[in-house]
Design a protein around this ligand. Sequence first.
Ligand SMILES: Cc1ncc(COP(=O)(O)O)c(C=O)c1O
Length: 429
Amino acid sequence: MDQALQDALRELGNETGSPLRIGGIAARDLVAAHGSPLYVFDADVLRRRVREVRAALGPRVELLWSVKANPSLAVTRCLRDEGTGAEIASLGELHVATAAGHPAAELRFAGPGKTDAEIDAGVAAGLTFHAESADEVGAIAAAADRSGRAARVAVRINLPGELGGSRLRMGGKSSRFGVDEDRVPAVVRTIAGHPSLRLAGLHVYGGTQGFDAAAFVRHASTVVARSAAWEHQLGVAFDELDLGGGFGVAAYAGDPRFDLAAAGHGVQELVHANDRPGRRWFVELGRYLCAPAGVYLATVVRTKDSGGERHVVLDGGLHQHAAAAGFGAILRRPPLLVHTDDPCAIGTTVTVGGPLCTSADQFAEQAALPPLANGDVVAILAAGAYGLTFSPHSFLSHATPAEVMVDAGRARVVRARGTPSDSLRGQAP
Ligand SMILES: Cc1ncc(COP(=O)(O)O)c(C=O)c1O
């Protein structure tokens, strides 16, 4: 069996050969009770991921949950209860994070297109900005001046060179994200010299779905070295260093494993060599904390043969789990899709797609799966990140799926299922 699939099943506590269970409850029973399609999150897996990452990174590194990966209130709250901080990228995420119990003043706010209204709200909340440009720093200063309240600002830097091993790089070249290295001194001087701004430190985020732990550590080491050089050159102190994250999760057949122990070891050495009283170290993670905890369940609606191939049509698809259909990926590869009655079995080849009127709505082409009949339930594993909210769920106006969290053997709805009449919401004739 594919290693990534095996790992994803093991993560959910599933033994080979038995019907899929999530948090101890049969996937079929979850669909019977809560409908289909359905997202399910296992709280135990979320907590375990946080514990494993914190143990690997050591006690000096604070872990920030990247809310964008899954802005579910229940997921965010579960992670917070386990000790994560949070970083946000919109006012909507500010609402989620504070509703989940994060003090606003402890949040970090990244993103290259913060509007003046968002900046005003961020200043009022007392959070720390991860500023992406000199222009944005000017806007934060103006907002702080207007409100009479000082604003904390860390500079997101765009380092030359690549973060190796990342599937989607977000730095190392001309970019909307972060301040180019040669411009950092001027931006830092502006912050340090402005009476309404407080220089917090530096932030970097090189890319997502990184599978090369050594490359992450090298990248983080470069940030730390630059930080020391700039402190010396500019006579400032960077009390916060956010080393980024982007640790990869195997979500497609053939994906490798991220070596958390190696990343943790490297970060601990780096921190140890560069620590000082009052300094705060951060790593920010989305996918790595929540992807393995989530499963997307969908039901077979129709089967047919065409052109010598077997096709299975589900009640869910690209509009609800776009990433599994290849959206955002450079190379389209099959997700970890299984028959819930027998997740380890392989049988006939079948093409699995959703109900949308586009050929893009396809999860697997000629995948080896046990025979699927109408009413059978399939599962996409490692689906806890960049799921529903990463997907164009208004396309074709299907009702959005419910989300359920399983904890201590009980399932509860944490996002209500939509209704077909949601398609009219906010519209005027
Ligand atoms: C600034 C920033 N931080 C954190 C993340 C979360 O990345 P991941 O879910 O890969 O951990 C992203 C994702 O795009 C990001 O842009």
